[in-house]
Write a protein that binds this ligand. Sequence first.
Ligand SMILES: Cc1cc2nc3c(=O)[nH]c(=O)nc-3n(C[C@H](O)[C@H](O)[C@H](O)COP(=O)(O)OP(=O)(O)OC[C@H]3O[C@@H](n4cnc5c(N)ncnc54)[C@H](O)[C@@H]3O)c2cc1C
Length: 300
Amino acid sequence: MGVANEMTALPEAYFKAEVIEVRSLSSVMRRIVLGGDGLADYRSSGAPDEWFRLMVPPERQQRVELPSQQGRQFHFDDPQPAPRWYSLRRWDPERHEATVDIVVHDHGVATRWAEAVQLGDQVLISQPHGRGIDTEADWVLIMADQTGIPAACRILESLLPGQRAHAVFEAPDEAATFTPTSPADLRVCWAYNPSPASIPSPLSAPVRTVELPPGRGYVWMAGEASCARAVRRYFRHELKWRSQQFDIVGYWRPDAEVYQRRFREVEEQVATVYEAGQRRGADSEDILDEVYSVMESRGL
Ligand SMILES: Cc1cc2nc3c(=O)[nH]c(=O)nc-3n(C[C@H](O)[C@H](O)[C@H](O)COP(=O)(O)OP(=O)(O)OC[C@H]3O[C@@H](n4cnc5c(N)ncnc54)[C@H](O)[C@@H]3O)c2cc1C
């Protein structure tokens, strides 16, 4: 599982950033710009889908310390920060400023942090990693719920003039919609979902009705995990697309606490299947099929 593997690999460095701007982009999205001297050596991977670890500080903690390092292990001061994955919405290499757009939902440490954060607050972030996308495809289909929209917007900005692109985005309501910018020939559709934690994402339905243009296509999707799995199943198993033609990733799931408890029961088996696949040099999507089959046999 390419992304999961890269995401669980330890980051090579942490940086101390300072909050220099906070604003609401919509009723559910907070934009936070990070800067300060601690980002002097921060570098973008250059991949438009890049993500990093935001080490959410304990509540009301405004100052943070860099972790100590032993080999590849990092040790954070107590009380420990909580790691959460976020996309690097924008990196300004001249000003050394990183922009992150955070969805605020019912509960969660990152949500609470984004709601309460103030100018000057410090936070640790890891070096970003990305996989990149196929920029040479004749056409691109980008699908994202609110959590995938920051990376999706950056991907759209990275497309080539004249390339055909279709974006299908999920929003809580019309007030949360906007016009993404892209040099590509872009068409955007919105699907509404006022309660993503309790109502299944509407993103998987349009994929079956969108008329896929001729030529070599590429699909990037990020959003709720079961929806991402359904969309992946469609392209991989129904349309029989090759793994290089799509990157479809679950960014979050409802009731993560319950899921984690159930996942722990198959964790070892999943790791064995995953490592065996890697050892024999199997394609990452073939390994993912095997992992899903273990998980699905246990109702996950
Ligand atoms: C590579 C990658 C990039 C990502 N980029 C972004 C990004 O740019 N912006 C962004 O907002 N998110 C992004 N996410 C998703 C984000 O990491 C999760 O939503 C994360 O769980 C939020 O942390 P939290 O502390 O707020 O909630 P958690 O403490 O993780 O979860 C608390 C509860 O909230 C539920 N929950 C988690 N996320 C949501 C949600 N979005 N809506 C409703 N309920 C939720 C969980 O199931 C759990 O029950 C990304 C994820 C990945 C893997």
